[in-house]
Ligand binder design. Structure first.
Ligand SMILES: Nc1ncnc2c1ncn2[C@@H]1O[C@H](COP(=O)(O)OP(=O)(O)O)[C@@H](O)[C@H]1O
Ligand SMILES: [Mg+2]
Length: 226
């Protein structure tokens, strides 16, 4: 699902965020990305959704070399890859249902098909009853569940979450992680960047540890710290 070959990323200011990265993540895997702030986790995620291009090396996602995608192929990649962020990134002036439908927007307007898909994604995360609410009327956990519904609505093969529990209390964090575990059990490949040691240590999944842009540890049933 994910293949990085000798990938480096140097930002225009000269900062190297990733160095000589080789990484394979197979279809159906569940992997945690850990490492201190500045280690390169978010940069790696940006390369996977083509928000940034690698400076050197090759990034392949679901069979496609992201650097070679043009125009509509980029939008297609973004529909096959759902992304969830720490700060939810919901549109404040749009309802929960609209936020989810908008992820399917291609032609400039949404219709009945999109509404039904959004409804389905919202029931999956247990939020169908909130569909007409605005983000500010929801708790943090509900906002994150809306963002997860938005990530799932296009039936992605891969879901990537960048510190999805960073703004949530411990109980709500667990609810969100349990939801993501279920998404993975339904067959979606999952990559989660996190600082939540309790969750990583409890789940014992693959742990990929970044430090100063390099992979320093990659364990099958890993823990947060070595
Ligand atoms: N847009 C950017 N421009 C310049 N440097 C950046 C940019 N984004 C991140 N960096 C730098 O790249 C390194 C990795 O950052 P980041 O990928 O955000 O790490 P993490 O998500 O693990 O905290 C840091 O040194 C950071 O300062
Ligand atoms: Mg980050």
């Amino acid at each position: 699902m994910i293949a990085l070959d000798d990938v480096s990323k140097c930002y225009p200011n000269g900062a190297y965020a990733l160095r000589d990265l080789d990484l394979r993540i197979e279809t159906g895997e569940f992997a945690f990305l850990v490492g201190s702030s500045g280690a390169g986790k978010s940069t790696l995620i940006r390369l996977l959704v083509r928000d940034e291009l690698p400076t050197t090396g090759r990034v392949r996602v679901d069979g496609a070399d992201v650097a070679k995608l043009k125009g509509s192929a980029v939008s297609k990649l973004r529909q096959r890859v759902g992304v969830v962020f720490q700060d939810f990134k919901l549109l404040p002036q749009r309802t929960v249902a609209e936020n989810v439908e908008f992820a399917l927007l291609v032609t400039g307007h949404t219709g009945r098909k999109e509404a039904e898909a959004a409804e389905h994604a919202l029931s999956l995360v247990g939020l169908a009853h909130r569909r007409h609410h605005f983000p500010r009327e929801l708790s943090g956990g509900e906002q994150q569940r809306t963002a997860i519904a938005r990530a799932l609505v296009s039936h992605p093969r891969l879901v990537i979450a960048d510190e999805p529990t960073g703004n949530l209390d411990p109980v709500t964090s667990w609810e969100i992680i349990k939801l993501l575990v279920r998404v993975n059990e339904l067959g979606t490949t999952l990559v989660i960047a996190t600082h939540n040691a309790d969750i990583v240590n409890a789940l014992r999944r693959r742990v990929i540890h970044l430090d100063h842009g390099r992979i320093v540890r990659d364990e099958r049933e890993g823990q947060y710290a070595a």
